[in-house]
Design a protein around this ligand. Structure first.
Ligand code: ADP
Length: 541
């Protein structure tokens, strides 16, 4: 027997329609690129999104066209996302931290038909304007008064919208149609295109809503610091309007002082960003002696959240830290580290042990860990294996058929991460599968060694890579940057680590460097580091 319920397609415009109808006066506050703080509402954003759709249709863009954005988190960026989806098109976020040639490569791979850019990134567009033939128009997200002269015939957002009145009916498409695109930053190999659907975006917003997840409600105010150009802004640009949550958009201001200003003037209750941003805020608080009276919760992910960060935010400032793991391919939420009730009475140090893990999967994410022969491994909190996932907001392939080897016939996507999962479902990332060090047939977690070494008081940063070894295949090499004015010895650093890990995990050598290479999303670039140390011989070899 079939259920007798309506077939109500899960289309992204329904989110903004709902927000405008039920939470129309709810604010979106933006630190504008031009400087001043501006205030809009969900009703106005919807109206302007309809105007964007109208203008796109007028210019001949239609279903499945890719609408590229090179922009910070602002109300205008949201309008372009929803306007693009509203014509049945696809918002395609570009990461401005990539090299201009990489950005051009991605635009050409996706064959974007129009490009919206913030004033900040006009020089990037100028550098690639003659290398992106599919782009028919460039729109600068500003008004006529602030519009610069460009040699590539760009128009202002104001001019682009001129003559539109918002009298437009959203284009109806199938809920499985593409809605958005984002390329992985290519930590390994060429960037690969992830293609979201209307259905996956809507379901992902529902997954982000519960209190144990990111946690959205009409009486909360969210500051999405995680950029819309990185992993779909962790779903916030959809989940906030879905729940009528006030949004405060940081624009280009991600330094400690700018973040603090918004946190206090707009009384932000929760926020989400990578560890580097919180590091900047903590330094600012330390220097100024300021406090965080309104902030209740922060979600920290993208790379591992260091223990001291959780300890300081929770212990000193009373802000709950929720450690999260995810990836572009998962829309991106994969797991979140809310404390289960059985842990709430534990002393701080034991709670921190749990919060160092990346948390448990929300409904809609299935997880398993496997060995190299695809045998499923137990959830005992010790055995680690390749982390595989599936769910309605997990990629089923990459644009253009790239990376097929990461997907199997049962629908499991190999994340490229290595992890263990404990009996309570808390997952902990121990490595990327390409970075794990295979020593004598056993695996050594490079991340665990890095975290341990980085806690040494005289070091700024630590990275660990595997170096070829005649007897053990590979052995760990620890690469470190000492703090200014400090010169810890190799023995000193290894002595610090001794006793805290298994003997056979101890690095065979320590190399001192001035710089460790990073990717555009702030992760250690192990490929480059391995090239740098390709001819290195370990003293034990
Ligand atoms: P990439 O940088 O590879 O293009 P993403 O920005 O989507 O892609 O990053 C996804 C990867 O980031 C994950 O596969 C994982 O390795 C890492 N990551 C994300 N969150 C965490 C976390 N909380 N702890 C450790 N690693 C994380």
């Amino acid at each position: 027997m079939q259920g007798l319920m309506q077939d109500w397609p899960l289309l992204c415009h329904t989110i903004l329609d709902h927000a405008a109808r039920v939470h129309g006066e709810q604010e979106i506050v933006t630190r504008s690129i031009e400087g001043p703080i501006t205030r809009s509402t969900f009703r106005t954003v919807r109206h302007n999104a309809l105007r964007v759709a109208q203008a796109l249709a007028r210019d001949g863009h239609s279903v499945s066209d890719r609408v590229a954005t090179l922009a910070w988190n602002t109300d205008k960026h949201m309008e372009v996302w929803y306007g693009a989806m509203g014509i049945g098109g696809i918002y395609h976020t570009l990461n401005p931290r990539l090299f201009p040639e990489q950005i051009a490569w991605i635009i050409n791979h996706a064959e974007d038909s129009i490009l919206f850019t913030d004033l900040t990134f006009v020089p990037i567009v100028a550098a690639i304007a003659d290398k992106i033939p599919s782009v028919r128009k460039v729109v600068v997200l500003t008004d006529e008064a602030n519009m610069p002269q460009t040699e590539f015939g760009a128009v202002s957002y104001e001019a682009f919208l001129d003559g539109t009145d918002g009298d437009y009916v959203w284009t109806k498409v199938d809920e499985n149609s593409a809605s958005g695109m984002c390329y992985t930053s290519g930590t390994t190999g060429n960037p690969k295109g992830v293609v979201y659907s209307h259905r996956s975006n809507v379901l992902h917003s529902m997954m982000a809503t519960p209190l144990d997840s990111l946690g959205f409600a009409a009486n909360e105010t969210v500051l999405p610091i995680v950029p819309m150009f990185h992993a779909n802004a962790w779903g916030i640009a959809h989940a906030a309007p879905m729940n009528g949550t006030k949004m405060v958009m940081p624009g280009a201001g991600m330094d400690g002082e700018s973040v603090f200003e918004l946190l206090s003037t707009e009384k932000i209750t929760f926020s989400a960003a990578v560890p580097t941003v919180w590091l900047g805020l903590l330094q600012y608080l330390e220097e100024t002696g300021k406090d965080l009276p309104d902030l209740k919760r922060v979600v920290i992910g993208g790379s591992a959240c260091p223990r001291f960060m959780t300890e300081t935010l929770e212990g000193k400032y009373g802000v709950e830290v929720r450690h999260a793991w995810g990836m572009t391919e998962m829309s991106p939420l994969g797991s979140l580290g809310a404390l289960k009730p059985k842990y709430s009475g534990l002393p701080m140090s034991e709670q921190l042990d749990i919060k160092e893990k990346q948390g448990f999967a929300p409904y809609g994410v299935e997880m398993k860990i496997t060995d190299d022969e695809d045998n499923e491994q137990p959830w005992d909190g010790e055995t680690f294996g390749r982390l595989k996932v599936r769910g309605p907001a997990v990629a089923s392939g990459y644009y253009g058929g790239d990376g097929v080897e990461q997907f199997d016939e049962d629908g499991w996507f190999d994340t490229g991460d290595v992890a263990h999962i404990d009996p309570q479902g808390y997952m902990q990332i121990t490595d990327r599968s390409k970075d794990v060090i295979k020593s004598g047939g056993e695996w050594i977690s490079s991340i665990e060694l890095e975290n341990l070494a980085a806690a040494h008081p005289d070091l700024v940063e630590a990275a660990v890579i595997g170096i070829a070894h005649p007897k053990w295949d590979e052995r760990p090499l620890l690469v470190v940057i000492p703090k200014e004015g400090k010169s810890p010895s190799k023995e000193d650093i290894l002595g610090f680590m001794d006793g805290k890990i298994a003997k056979w995990w101890m690095p065979d050598d320590v190399a001192f460097v001035e710089e460790i290479p990073h990717t555009a999303t702030g992760k250690i670039q192990k490929t480059t580091l391995r090239e740098q140390f390709a001819d290195y011989t370990l003293p034990t070899a």
